[in-house]
Design a protein around this ligand. Sequence first.
Ligand code: F6R
Length: 251
Amino acid sequence: MRIYETKDYDSLSRKAANIIAAKVISNPECVLGLATGSTPIGTYKRLVEMYNDGDLSFKNVKSVNLDEYKSLSPEHDQSYRYFMQTNLFNHVDIKPENTNVPNGLAENAEEECKRYNDVIKSMGGVDIQLLGLGHNGHIGFNEPADYFPLDTHLVDLTESTIKANKRFFASEDEVPRQAFTMGIRTIMQAKSILVIASGKDKAEIVCKAFSGPVTPNVPASILQLHPDVTLVCDKEAMSLLKETGVEIISL
Ligand code: F6R
């Protein structure tokens, strides 16, 4: 595992964008696994800048997103499809048919999960998976549990996730209670993984996930077993993991 500490969020975003750009440049037909949430916004902004500068093209790139709220339409301004369109896809040359997000409006959840697993398989798997980290250690919407869910599935969101996400909705009642998410096996099958975390409020979970025991109670802890993980945190998010004495590359 490579661990980078950056001085602030801006520098974290540039580092993460550089890692993704390096993948796209070395393999213009790569499959990007993408995440939503507040942490990757700066990374996507930087990728758009690189595209505008003529340094990067997504023309032959395919993408597959981690998750989507159940019952939100792609046009809903809190759906993850909408997030991806407005933060990245609308601003670069990725082909719309090459972008994939679970269909929040799918009537048959089981069929949608199977369809999404098949999409990922048909692409030959994910080359680099970008991940944010939930305060409770969730990755995608794989919440703490007593087992690791394997493939794409429908989850009931925990109270802590509903509370964390209510800032994006008019009220807590409007936060969807269920979501489609890639499973842990699918995430672990990505050829490489890039985890980003920013801010003091992430320091505890970063430390737990990357230096504590591997347990489904902290879903991100399984990443310790992946052979190609890069963790990029700003100083604040890194503060507690740093105290454990792990080797860190400071930027
Ligand atoms: C988003 C996702 C979530 C977020 C996590 C952190 O697609 O799968 O696991 O990555 O909740 O969110 P932020 O970045 O808002 O702290």
